[in-house]
Design a protein around this ligand. Structure first.
Ligand SMILES: Nc1nc2c(c(=O)[nH]1)N[C@H]1C(S)=C(S)[C@@H](COP(=O)(O)O)O[C@H]1N2
Ligand SMILES: [Mo]
Length: 261
């Protein structure tokens, strides 16, 4: 085909258009990169929050985490259930993550007693047989760790809400938070009351229909599917109720206090 003058002119304007667009793209890219860098620099150099129940996060980041919590708590409902799976899908070899506060060699699961501290100052002691006598609930769900792995797991135990009813702790649920920790107090989790009372929150003593193994938190661990793994305390020693945020191992190290899913 012969190239006409008209074609040449057309080609010229197309080239010009392309060049202009390329320039605009680069300009936009440059502006966006500068803005991204500036915001990152601002956040990176923002002061850290004052150390307390939460610590080690930059102030604006912690403010954002707390705002997100307020937003998501508005939609939280105990009728909203986490997805469950058939038994056949549950992992046979269950992953083990960190074991802070769950490696005490002197700890004896046979003489173990759960301490429940009421807001009034009284302490209630419960042993494993007492807990096993309560109705058992099983759950097979996708357990999610903040480090990026997840696994379908099968747990069994007593629902926290059933435990509350059985031990007449209803008045304690008027408080805003539940705190749980290992017998040595080295690992602690703080939970908002709604999440603790969610029907899928269980005090677990079984995994894959077998008694809980030590590495998974024997004799009793928390399974709270509405939260990330960090809140699923292994080896519960003490449970307490309060209106202030209870101590939380990972919140003190910069993580989100709520850690909801
Ligand atoms: N006592 C105690 N509980 C704990 C932890 C821990 O280090 N110590 N790690 C948490 C984290 S980060 C995860 S992902 C889960 C892992 O439970 P698993 O080891 O049974 O898979 O336990 C949680 N509970
Ligand atoms: Mo985790």
């Amino acid at each position: 085909m012969k190239t006409t003058r008209h074609d040449k002119q057309e080609k010229f304007t197309v080239d010009q258009k392309i060049r202009r667009r390329t320039f605009i793209s680069f300009a936009v890219f440059f502006a966006a990169s500068t803005a991204a860098y500036k915001s990152w620099d601002w956040l990176y150099h923002a002061p850290s929050e004052t150390s307390g129940i939460t610590a080690r996060a930059r102030q604006p980041l912690r403010a954002a985490m707390n705002k997100t919590e307020i937003f998501f708590r508005k939609f939280f409902s105990t009728d909203h259930l986490v997805k469950t799976y058939p038994k056949s899908m549950a992992a046979k070899k269950v992953r083990v993550n960190s074991n802070i506060g769950n490696e005490d060699k002197n700890f004896n699961p046979d003489t173990w007693q759960l301490s429940v501290l009421k807001h009034t100052g009284e302490t209630l002691k419960v042993n494993l047989a007492d807990l096993k006598a309560l109705p058992k609930t099983e759950i097979i769900f996708d357990f999610k760790c903040v480090e990026g792995w997840d696994q379908i797991q099968h747990w069994g135990g007593v629902r926290f809400i059933d435990f509350i009813k059985q031990y007449k702790l209803d008045d304690q649920t008027d408080l805003a938070y539940v705190g749980m920790e290992t017998p040595d107090g080295k690992y602690q989790v703080g939970l908002d009351m709604e999440s603790a009372l969610h029907p899928q929150t269980i005090l677990a003593y079984e995994m894959n229909e077998e008694p809980l193994q030590s590495i998974h938190g024997a004799p009793l661990r928390l399974i709270i599917p509405v939260k990330y793994g960090i809140k699923n305390l292994k080896c519960i020693g003490k449970i307490a109720f309060s209106n202030q945020r209870p101590p939380d191992y990972w919140a003190k190290r910069g993580y989100d206090y709520y850690s909801g899913l």
